[in-house]
Design a protein around this ligand. Structure first.
Ligand code: GDP
Ligand code: MG
Length: 140
Protein backbone atom coordinates (compact mmCIF):
# COMPACT_ATOMS: atom_id res chain seq x y z
CA UNK A 1 0.00 0.00 0.00
CA UNK A 2 1.17 3.51 -0.80
CA UNK A 3 2.49 6.09 1.64
CA UNK A 4 -0.31 8.61 2.15
CA UNK A 5 -0.96 11.79 4.10
CA UNK A 6 -4.14 12.45 6.00
CA UNK A 7 -5.49 15.29 8.13
CA UNK A 8 -6.30 14.85 11.81
CA UNK A 9 -7.69 17.04 14.59
CA UNK A 10 -7.41 16.36 18.31
CA UNK A 11 -10.70 18.05 19.24
CA UNK A 12 -11.38 20.47 22.13
CA UNK A 13 -12.84 17.84 24.48
CA UNK A 14 -9.62 15.81 24.31
CA UNK A 15 -7.23 18.80 24.51
CA UNK A 16 -9.12 20.09 27.59
CA UNK A 17 -8.67 16.71 29.30
CA UNK A 18 -4.90 16.71 28.63
CA UNK A 19 -5.09 13.78 26.20
CA UNK A 20 -2.83 15.13 23.41
CA UNK A 21 0.06 12.83 24.31
CA UNK A 22 -2.05 9.71 24.78
CA UNK A 23 -3.76 10.25 21.42
CA UNK A 24 -0.49 10.99 19.58
CA UNK A 25 0.92 7.77 21.04
CA UNK A 26 -1.92 5.76 19.45
CA UNK A 27 -1.02 7.20 16.03
CA UNK A 28 2.72 6.72 16.50
CA UNK A 29 2.31 3.13 17.70
CA UNK A 30 0.33 2.39 14.52
CA UNK A 31 3.18 3.74 12.38
CA UNK A 32 1.67 7.12 11.53
CA UNK A 33 4.11 10.05 11.74
CA UNK A 34 3.02 13.65 12.35
CA UNK A 35 4.70 15.54 9.47
CA UNK A 36 3.13 18.82 10.60
CA UNK A 37 1.40 19.69 13.85
CA UNK A 38 0.17 22.84 15.60
CA UNK A 39 -2.15 23.93 18.38
CA UNK A 40 -4.72 26.53 17.29
CA UNK A 41 -7.95 28.06 18.55
CA UNK A 42 -10.27 27.76 15.54
CA UNK A 43 -12.30 30.79 14.53
CA UNK A 44 -16.02 30.44 13.82
CA UNK A 45 -15.31 31.09 10.14
CA UNK A 46 -12.70 28.31 10.06
CA UNK A 47 -14.99 25.80 11.80
CA UNK A 48 -17.95 26.67 9.54
CA UNK A 49 -15.75 26.43 6.44
CA UNK A 50 -14.08 23.22 7.49
CA UNK A 51 -17.40 21.48 8.23
CA UNK A 52 -19.35 23.15 5.35
CA UNK A 53 -20.31 19.70 4.02
CA UNK A 54 -22.46 19.27 7.16
CA UNK A 55 -24.08 22.72 7.14
CA UNK A 56 -27.61 21.41 6.50
CA UNK A 57 -27.37 18.77 9.25
CA UNK A 58 -29.28 19.34 12.51
CA UNK A 59 -26.12 19.07 14.61
CA UNK A 60 -24.14 21.68 12.60
CA UNK A 61 -24.60 24.54 15.09
CA UNK A 62 -23.59 22.38 18.04
CA UNK A 63 -20.62 20.96 16.10
CA UNK A 64 -19.29 24.46 15.33
CA UNK A 65 -19.76 25.61 18.95
CA UNK A 66 -17.89 22.56 20.22
CA UNK A 67 -15.01 23.04 17.76
CA UNK A 68 -14.46 26.70 18.70
CA UNK A 69 -14.99 26.32 22.46
CA UNK A 70 -11.26 25.85 23.19
CA UNK A 71 -8.02 25.00 21.34
CA UNK A 72 -7.41 21.98 19.13
CA UNK A 73 -4.35 20.27 17.68
CA UNK A 74 -4.35 20.04 13.88
CA UNK A 75 -1.90 17.70 12.24
CA UNK A 76 -0.91 15.88 9.08
CA UNK A 77 -0.24 12.18 9.58
CA UNK A 78 1.87 10.19 7.11
CA UNK A 79 2.26 6.46 6.65
CA UNK A 80 1.24 3.33 4.74
CA UNK A 81 -2.45 3.64 3.91
CA UNK A 82 -2.67 6.55 6.35
CA UNK A 83 -6.23 7.61 5.47
CA UNK A 84 -7.92 4.29 6.24
CA UNK A 85 -5.50 3.45 9.04
CA UNK A 86 -6.33 6.72 10.80
CA UNK A 87 -10.07 6.03 10.51
CA UNK A 88 -9.52 2.57 12.01
CA UNK A 89 -7.51 3.94 14.94
CA UNK A 90 -10.18 6.61 15.56
CA UNK A 91 -13.15 4.21 15.68
CA UNK A 92 -16.80 4.85 14.82
CA UNK A 93 -18.22 8.39 14.96
CA UNK A 94 -20.51 7.44 17.85
CA UNK A 95 -18.33 6.08 20.67
CA UNK A 96 -21.15 3.70 21.60
CA UNK A 97 -20.36 1.89 18.32
CA UNK A 98 -16.56 2.20 18.46
CA UNK A 99 -14.42 -0.95 18.63
CA UNK A 100 -12.25 -1.80 21.62
CA UNK A 101 -8.83 -0.17 21.51
CA UNK A 102 -9.91 2.76 19.32
CA UNK A 103 -9.43 6.39 20.39
CA UNK A 104 -13.14 7.12 20.41
CA UNK A 105 -13.94 3.99 22.45
CA UNK A 106 -11.30 4.94 25.01
CA UNK A 107 -11.68 8.72 25.18
CA UNK A 108 -14.81 10.11 23.46
CA UNK A 109 -17.54 11.60 25.63
CA UNK A 110 -20.39 11.52 23.10
CA UNK A 111 -21.10 11.54 19.36
CA UNK A 112 -20.51 15.31 19.37
CA UNK A 113 -17.50 15.37 21.67
CA UNK A 114 -15.74 12.45 20.05
CA UNK A 115 -12.11 13.53 20.58
CA UNK A 116 -10.74 13.29 17.02
CA UNK A 117 -11.40 14.16 13.39
CA UNK A 118 -9.87 12.27 10.47
CA UNK A 119 -10.19 12.69 6.69
CA UNK A 120 -12.39 10.06 5.05
CA UNK A 121 -10.89 9.86 1.51
CA UNK A 122 -7.88 11.02 -0.56
CA UNK A 123 -9.74 14.06 -1.96
CA UNK A 124 -10.92 15.28 1.45
CA UNK A 125 -7.48 14.62 2.95
CA UNK A 126 -5.85 16.88 0.34
CA UNK A 127 -8.48 19.61 0.82
CA UNK A 128 -8.34 19.48 4.62
CA UNK A 129 -4.52 19.58 4.73
CA UNK A 130 -4.58 22.69 2.50
CA UNK A 131 -7.27 24.27 4.69
CA UNK A 132 -4.92 24.43 7.71
CA UNK A 133 -1.33 24.09 6.43
CA UNK A 134 0.90 25.73 3.83
CA UNK A 135 3.24 23.53 1.76
CA UNK A 136 6.20 24.96 3.73
CA UNK A 137 4.74 23.65 6.99
CA UNK A 138 4.72 20.04 5.74
CA UNK A 139 8.23 19.23 6.84
CA UNK A 140 8.14 15.48 6.22
P1 GDP B 1 -16.65 11.55 11.39
O1 GDP B 1 -16.13 11.60 10.00
O2 GDP B 1 -16.55 10.17 12.02
O3 GDP B 1 -16.03 12.60 12.30
O4 GDP B 1 -18.23 11.85 11.33
P2 GDP B 1 -19.09 12.80 10.36
O5 GDP B 1 -18.23 13.33 9.25
O6 GDP B 1 -20.33 12.07 10.00
O7 GDP B 1 -19.51 14.00 11.32
C1 GDP B 1 -18.60 15.03 11.65
C2 GDP B 1 -18.70 15.31 13.12
O8 GDP B 1 -19.99 15.83 13.41
C3 GDP B 1 -18.58 14.07 14.04
O9 GDP B 1 -17.26 13.70 14.32
C4 GDP B 1 -19.29 14.56 15.29
O10 GDP B 1 -18.44 15.39 16.08
C5 GDP B 1 -20.40 15.42 14.71
N1 GDP B 1 -21.64 14.64 14.59
C6 GDP B 1 -21.95 13.69 13.66
N2 GDP B 1 -23.17 13.18 13.87
C7 GDP B 1 -23.66 13.82 14.99
C8 GDP B 1 -24.87 13.74 15.72
O11 GDP B 1 -25.78 12.96 15.40
N3 GDP B 1 -25.00 14.57 16.81
C9 GDP B 1 -24.00 15.45 17.17
N4 GDP B 1 -24.17 16.24 18.25
N5 GDP B 1 -22.84 15.54 16.52
C10 GDP B 1 -22.67 14.74 15.43
MG1 MG C 1 -16.32 13.02 8.53
Amino acid sequence: MAIERTFSIIKPDAVRRNLIGKILTKFEEAGLKPVALKKIHMTRAQAEGFYAVHKERPFFGELVEQMIASPVVVQVLEGEGAILKNREIMGATNPANAAEGTIRKEFALSVGENSVHGSDAPETAAQEIKFFFTDEELVG
